[in-house]
Write a protein that binds this ligand. Structure first.
Ligand code: GLU
Length: 445
């Protein structure tokens, strides 16, 4: 890493102690930006980098709520408003027991570049809580969301900060959060949250968007090699929204996803995942992947273990951060994987990314490959602002166009900065330059 970049990185580590995921996300970006700074000394002079790694605002708050047994519980809430150079802060809320400030900061930092890449007017932010919705009743989730929003409502707004979902936050949670925001403010401000229900300001295709967008990006990557998804064997990790709709779109294009996973293990179904059964188990019954395996004759559940042991041509990590470690990457390469594209945020460790690079595996980084979700949130905001409700086809077609433009933007930036075909560098550089130029325009703020 260049010396001036190393100084910025060292400051990040010093100021954000005990937050390795945030350090990792910053390191990955800084490491790749050397060629950008060589061409743009003005960014160094204006200390753009020193500013971009420091969130504009960080909010941390107590979330007290009462469980079904009448006991008072306390969680911690976060909203990190990272960068507003391109638009209001935009990014999801994650409710998961592993959430702490390091996770929210890494996600917020990535979101700044991802949102820039979409070409839409959105800054970057992220929030969440260490609350676990999985073992809670609907009423407990509602009371938690109401308490969380009681504080969050002071900081958000359609022109200020627009949260959405992430792990543990889906349509149910967004509904409760919106209801409480409306009650507190006495305003039906549709554009304050995205991922809303379809009858009260939500956008068609938002639920499917991250998974669909991932497959659009993969299709573009393959097209560059004169290939398509038809007949390709694919491993998918995770079994949430991203995984389910990536599987759906991959199947529509003739691909054969054969795995799903959750924290208890993975399922391999050599005939291809039964999408209808998966949706029933996960979306209607809120079940586990082992429940899917129990209901599907050809499928095998492997407790523990790694989904990356399964030989495939294409791997799509759609679960969570750092789920593909270096040794997993070595196994994937040994089994002949040719393409990896990230549906989750930062699912590959630096060692895994290096292994893919050395082996010539095509690598679609999260900032680009999973940007379809937030891009469609941007489309939801457009519909809210104009009080329109677009058809599924119109929204899905716009998403496809956004993903294909974004793919071109990555490749053009990779060319311009001397590393043709390097999507990781291309995504970082293209995302960064747009934010950096806006920051220069807006002065030292
Ligand atoms: N949580 C999603 C992401 O990681 C979506 C954020 C949004 O729609 O604002 O990009």
């Amino acid at each position: 890493m260049r010396r001036n970049l190393q100084v910025v990185y060292d400051t990040v580590v010093r100021r954000n102690q005990g937050e390795p995921e945030f350090h990792q996300a910053v390191h990955e970006v800084l490491e790749s930006l050397g060629p950008v700074f060589a061409q743009h000394p003005e960014y160094i002079e204006a200390a753009v980098l020193d500013r971009i790694v420091e969130p504009e605002r960080q909010i941390m708050f107590r979330v007290p709520w009462i469980d079904d047994a009448g006991k008072v519980r306390v969680n911690r809430g976060y909203r990190v408003e990272f960068n507003s150079a391109l638009g209001p802060y935009k990014g999801g809320l994650r409710f998961h027991p592993t959430v702490y400030s390091g996770i929210i900061k890494f996600l917020g930092f990535e979101q700044v570049f991802k949102n820039s890449l979409t070409g839409l007017a959105m800054g970057g932010g992220k929030g969440g809580s260490d609350f676990d919705p999985h073992d809670k009743s609907d009423n407990e989730v509602m009371r938690f969301c109401q308490s969380f929003m009681t504080e969050l409502s002071r900081h958000i707004g359609e022109y200020t900060d627009v949260p959405a979902g992430d792990i543990g936050v889906g349509g149910r949670e967004i509904g409760y959060l919106f209801g409480q925001y409306k009650r507190l403010t006495n305003r039906f401000e549709a554009g304050v949250l995205t991922g809303k229900g379809l009858t009260w300001g939500g956008s068609l295709a938002r639920t499917e968007a991250t998974g669909y967008g991932l497959i659009h990006f993969v299709t573009e990557m393959l097209r560059m090699e004169g290939q398509d998804l038809d007949g390709k064997v694919i491993s998918v990790s995770g079994s949430g929204n991203v995984a389910i709709y990536a599987i759906e779109m991959a199947q529509q294009l003739g691909g054969r996803p054969i795995t799903i996973s959750d924290s208890s293990g993975y399922v391999v179904d050599p005939n291809g995942i039964d999408l209808e059964l998966l949706k029933r188990v996960k979306l209607e019954e809120r079940g586990r992947v082992s429940d899917y395996a129990a209901l599907c004759s050809g499928a095998r559940f492997v407790a523990g273990g790694s989904v990356w042991d399964v030989p495939v041509e294409i791997a799509l990590p759609c679960a969570t951060q750092n789920e593909i470690r270096g040794d997993h990457a070595v196994t994937l390469v040994k089994h002949g994987a040719k393409l990896v594209a990230e549906g989750a945020n930062m699912p590959s460790t630096p060692e895994a990314i290096e292994t893919f690079r050395q082996a010539g595996v095509k690598f679609g980084p999260a900032k680009a490959a999973n940007a379809g979700g937030v891009a469609t949130s941007g489309l939801e905001m457009q519909q809210n602002a104009s009080r329109e409700h677009w058809s599924f086809e119109k929204t899905a077609t716009r998403l496809e166009t956004i993903m294909s433009n974004l793919h071109i933007r990555c490749l053009e930036a990779a060319d311009r900065y001397g590393c043709p075909g390097d999507y990781a560098l291309g995504a970082n550089a293209a995302g960064f330059v747009k934010v950096a130029d806006a920051m220069l325009d807006q002065g030292v703020v």
